[in-house]
Ligand binder design. Sequence first.
Ligand code: 5GP
Ligand code: MG
Length: 460
Amino acid sequence: MCGIFGISNNKEAARLTYLGLYALQHRGEESAGIVARCGKKVNQFRGMGLVGDVFKEREIKSLKGDMGVGHARYSTTGSSNPKNIQPFLVRHKKSHIAIAHNGNLVNTYQLRNELECKGSIFQTTMDSEVIAHLLARSQNESTEEVLVNSLRELEGAYSLVMMFNDLLIGARDPLGWRPLCLGKLDNSYVLASETCALDLIQAQYIRDVEPGEIVIINKDKIKSINISTRSLFPTAKHAYCIFEYIYFARPDSNIFGHNVYQTRKNLGRELARECPADCDIVIPIPDSGNYAALGFSEASGIPFEVGMIRNHYVGRTFIQPSQIIRDFRVKVKLNPIREVLKDKRVAIVEDSIVRGTTSRIRVKTIREAGAKEVHMRVSCPPLRHPCFYGIDFPTKKELIASKRDIKWIKNFIGVDSLEYLSLEGMLKAMPIPKERFCTACFTGDYPTKLPKKLGKGILE
Ligand code: 5GP
Ligand code: MG
């Protein structure tokens, strides 16, 4: 998962890109990078860590230019390599290509193999590098041809923000897994993963980049072309990632044309109707469960309470006194309020269960705080299948619901009852028709062929 951002025709390009990434921090906390273009010169700065830690005034000042492309990267297992920090920048002949990619390609291995056979030398393990090679390889073609011919080779999920010489490019794969929106700030076009980034820089939302669309921005002019790889797929369907609405995107953003907060609240309402709980209070697991819990409370009439408080200052690098205090990492983040929970029958609303390990510890602390009964309600169905399109779920082995039934999970987590929203209920709560979504993590029904070469153990 990642957050991507780009802006053109603006003297403050790097600073605005920094702000855009700051708003998109939730999409990737591992590393951040910005590439800025000044005349024919390209400047870059990248580093491991949060956007605010990587970039200080000095770095932003050094990134001169009127076009900026930025990337905030999510940590994916085994890839915490500074080489993999994006945007990926290549200089080829006289051209510069910088790529910020959100998503995951499913034919990387094949493409890479083909390119290597033709003499390409790869520097990283990122699938985004394949895109750079495809773009650099095309010769004697117009920019539009280069873009279309390169992108139509790709299969899988990609939302892209790219610097292609003096052009700013935005693109979304034909099935549209990941969000990407277009905005405007005075005479500058802006591309961002989510609208919360536009809000922060006071840019106006224009529209989403459509699935299969490439937008080519030349200073203050914009042109739109179609990747039209639809022939690769059996039908002209879409595959918007439903997990963006459930967990990933920021609630103040609008993605796929609709507000995330309202959708999550709606999931909570549907959950209350489908899986009622005879309880005294409803509490969320903050912060991601807040919105579904509000909806659950509204539809059930059970009072909403905040039963645990989040410490917002827990960074990634704090020292863990693991021997002295058990479960420190989870405990330091959330602390229960005894006075709210004592002797109560509590319905906990959670947006999703992945491994079940944090839920288990949360439930334990809620019981220790005096709750009489604990009933868990989850605002999506059991997550059973790995994602090949950019969400960094663990392997099938680690997804608790992949091989275990709900009763087993209930006992593992230690609740008096556990119920998940059904697939139909989840789809009903969505603001757009169900045919538009990729629900593969719940159903195993993948919209593309599976990748030829899979990561070790991913399907085990
Ligand atoms: P579990 O109990 O499965 O260990 O953790 C469940 C929690 O993980 C939920 O609160 C949910 O919001 C959160 N979660 C769901 N998907 C992701 C993800 O992709 N990354 C992170 N960091 N947390 C996630
Ligand atoms: Mg959560």
